[in-house]
Design a protein around this ligand. Structure first.
Ligand code: 5GP
Length: 199
């Protein structure tokens, strides 16, 4: 028997596909049996807070100068630019959570997921979330009500490009229904824990 190894669950998918909601449901389920079993990486970003978002909860909100100095100081494992803003993963909390044997959930761009897989080949699984359809994705983006029309259009263009890259991921989950998508991700996490290489 060896001590439990942490697992990075890197989840990507177009904006509006419901990654945050599905990951929240996965986190809630895992935490219900052991609150210490799961962690969520809180990213740093230069985008402005939306709605009720709070610093240190959804994101660490930074200025461009602050973000660039985090990169220079090596405090960001990976970062990407999305719709003209920086998004990146602070290194220290992730290393700590993996060292503690936790399942660590990431809501991250495609390049971010692929970078995590390169850094942690044995201890990272990549999952792409698809919408049930493009019409459904657009109505979810509009329904969110926080984005102007031109932003919705930019995000739909971006979504088509992203969906074309779903094949670069190890698993693909369709978010038709939150409970189903949650259960699919829980099955993937269980199977990863049983992999020979990870025991
Ligand atoms: P939003 O502005 O909708 O919160 O996020 C925009 C995009 O940035 C989403 O696709 C989200 O997954 C991605 N993202 C959030 N945090 C990170 C991060 O730390 N690294 C990378 N590469 N992407 C991130």
């Amino acid at each position: 028997m060896s001590s439990k190894r942490g697992l990075i669950v890197a989840v990507s998918g177009p904006s509006g596909v419901g990654k945050g909601t599905v990951l929240g449901a996965v986190e809630e389920f895992l935490a219900s049996s052991d609150a210490n079993a799961v962690g969520r990486s809180i990213s740093a970003t230069t985008r402005k807070p939306r709605g009720n978002e709070q610093d240190g909860v959804e994101y660490y909100f930074k200025t461009v100068e602050e973000f660039e100095s985090l990169i220079e100081e090596g405090e960001i494992i990976e970062y990407d630019k999305y719709c003209d803003n920086y998004y990146g993963t602070p290194a220290e909390p992730v290393r700590r959570m993996i060292g503690d044997g936790k399942v660590v959930l990431f809501d991250i761009t495609i390049e971010g997921s692929l970078a995590l897989k390169r850094f942690f080949p044995e201890d990272c699984v990549t999952i792409f979330i698809l919408p049930p359809s493009m019409d459904e994705l657009e109505s979810r983006l509009r329904g969110r009500g926080t984005e102007a029309d031109d932003v919705v259009k930019a995000r739909m263009d971006q979504a088509s490009k992203e969906i074309a890259r779903a094949g670069e991921f190890e698993f693909i989950v369709t978010n038709n229904q939150i409970e189903q998508a949650r259960d699919d991700i829980l099955s993937i996490i269980r199977a990863e824990g049983l992999k020979k290489a990870r025991q």
